[in-house]
Design a protein around this ligand. Sequence first.
Ligand code: NAP
Ligand code: COA
Length: 270
Amino acid sequence: MNIDFRDKNVFVMGGTSGINLGVADAFAESGARVAVASRSREKVDAAVDRLRRHDGEVSGYVADVRDESAVGEALGSAHEALGPLDVLVSGAAGNFPAPALGMSPNGFKAVVEIDLQGSFNVLRAAFPTLARPGAAVINISAPQAFVPMELQAHVCAAKAGVDMLTRVLAMEWGREGVRVNSVVPGPIADTEGMRRLAPSEKLTTAVRESVPLGRLGSAREVASTIMFLASPFANYVTGAVIPVDGGWSLGGASRMSAALSDAFAQQAGG
Ligand code: NAP
Ligand code: COA
């Protein structure tokens, strides 16, 4: 399959590290004009530098997805600089492992505001900047959206909401020619998400062994599915929630819930 993104405009919210930066990098390598945004000016500048090695047009914006007007400004500036957006990837997220009783209301709220309200803010502000018809929106979800996991009440609630946003907006925006899908990464190597959820070698090994394909995934593998969804090969795909997880959500993620919870309790107990 040869997918060409030359002359396409791609915006990746939260695209300055980890999986999302890998996604931005894959689009830049395929010839797209790429814009990334996140909270930290340092991370934005570093990501822009890295993406420029592909010689394409790259821009970066500072915005917190919880700040509706900053999000609007970032998307508006990208629209002005590049023209209508062909692809929007919305992947800003936060996570920390904590039992519900060890999580303050503000801790729960912080994650829900970044992952869920933030996704709403981004999609809502992006709509006028999208190429219509033809644009593809891809939300980054997580197995926690449909696999309940201990220590993850905030993420489970937020990402389940993100997948529902995907489905509702796929219905509302379908007639405008805008497709909306979710991609659900499983455990991805060398990411902040994995460092937080499986902070020891022992836990990382246990996670790996709980994946049917027997290994962690890579950001490139997540990017491949996102690029498929953004391409004409997926012209009739909308409202889909697609795991890219080596089969982890079939059972392994559920089994790991207790192991992660035990490890956390042992660590907390010293
Ligand atoms: P990461 O490197 O921490 O990526 C998160 C990105 O979001 C960063 O660019 C961060 O940059 C940005 N961000 C965080 N809060 C933000 C806010 N309030 N406003 C704007 N940007 C914000 O983590 P990752 O592990 O690669 O995760 C990336 C995505 O994949 C997330 O949606 C996550 O839920 C999902 N996921 C990851 C895994 C995994 O194995 N890692 C598994 C399933 C799903 P700043 O700090 O500069 O804001
Ligand atoms: N355990 C329990 N509560 C925690 C916590 C932890 N490990 N880490 C943060 N919190 C709580 C804080 O105590 C605070 O609650 P309080 O005001 O009642 O004390 C609340 O969460 C908000 O923390 P704060 O640091 O002010 O939020 P923030 O908006 O600056 O950061 C986070 C948001 C907490 C999600 C932060 O971890 C973050 O920025 N993460 C982005 C990177 C990331 O998580 N990557 C993985 C993506 S899957």
